[in-house]
Design a protein around this ligand. Structure first.
Ligand code: SAM
Length: 261
């Protein structure tokens, strides 16, 4: 490991969706070899428990509006630790390159002359597909997969290309979409997506509190009503979702909703 983790290097490491078993072996080695680890709110407790006791750990997590550190401060902390000659791990939920603001950190570190490398992780959409027995693509039915974020700046409307997103034959994985679920549903239907398009809301995926809620696009706002701000949730929209096969998904067809957990 020492040859791939020289002092003064920063590794951006994907921690996956939360279950320690979904960490890559490389991520596990990097965590064990680090001198200091800066971690996000979505890094699961089981993964934090793997950090050796002598490794310094710093929570820089941000959760829906509650910022413990802003991005500029995180950049500064990473740079300072690396320039002090430490082996730095920046541990991020899922994959650092999917809605992970990794570019801002990489560019800042590059400006300082700090070596930075990236270890990928399992993104939430892949983990949700696995838990629910769904394929995100489906031959003939879902030939396109779009990762989109429905997180808007406070007070601003979502700036998305709804007519492109509304095309049938594609699966949408909507990250950070719980609060905007009603708007996502309304805008997609207004742009032509069928109101009865199957949807799935995947909550706390891979954690013991995992829940998977099935329904239709027109009911999306209702489906997310019982999900708290603290529970990460992903909206998956598209025909492929109807084929979920996991026996962990209990279907309650009478009211059009199915929940597992
Ligand atoms: C800032 S984004 C980070 C995404 C992350 N880099 C990834 O690749 O999964 C946070 C969003 O990812 C989704 N997410 C992350 N972990 C999740 C989990 N265990 N269960 C459900 N959704 C999750 C949620 O939509 C959450 O609001």
């Amino acid at each position: 490991m020492s040859h791939e983790f020289a002092v003064g290097t920063v590794w951006l490491v994907g921690a996956g969706p939360g279950d320690p078993d979904l960490l890559t072996r490389k991520a596990e080695r990097l965590i064990a070899a680090a001198d200091i680890i800066f971690y996000d709110a979505l890094v699961g407790p089981g993964i934090l428990a793997m950090i050796p006791p002598d490794v310094e750990r710093i929570n820089v997590g941000k959760r829906s509006g509650r910022h413990s550190k802003d991005q500029g401060s995180i950049n500064d902390l990473l740079g300072a630790a690396a320039l002090a000659g430490r082996r730095v791990v920046r541990l991020k939920g899922g994959d650092p390159s999917v809605f992970g603001r990794s570019t801002e950190e990489i560019e800042h570190l590059a400006r300082l002359g700090v070596a930075v490398r990236v270890c990928p992780g399992i993104t939430a959409a892949s983990a949700a597909a696995a838990s629910s027995g769904t394929s995100l693509t489906l031959r003939g039915l879902a030939r396109q997969l779009t990762f989109v974020t429905a997180h808007a700046r406070a007070g601003e409307a979502l700036d998305l290309d709804w007519s492109t997103l509304a095309r049938s034959g594609s699966t949408l994985a909507v990250y950070m979409g719980r609060a905007a679920a009603g708007e996502v549903s309304r805008q997609l239907i207004a742009a032509g997506r069928a109101a009865d398009t199957p949807v799935m809301v995947a909550v706390n995926i891979s954690l013991p509190t995992e829940r998977i809620i099935h329904g239709r696009l027109s009911a999306l706002a209702f489906l997310v009503e019982t999900i708290s701000d603290n529970d990460p949730s992903l909206l998956i929209i598209g025909e492929a979702v109807a084929k979920s096969s996991s026996d962990r998904v209990a279907r309650v067809e009478a009211c059009g909703i199915a929940v597992s957990g």
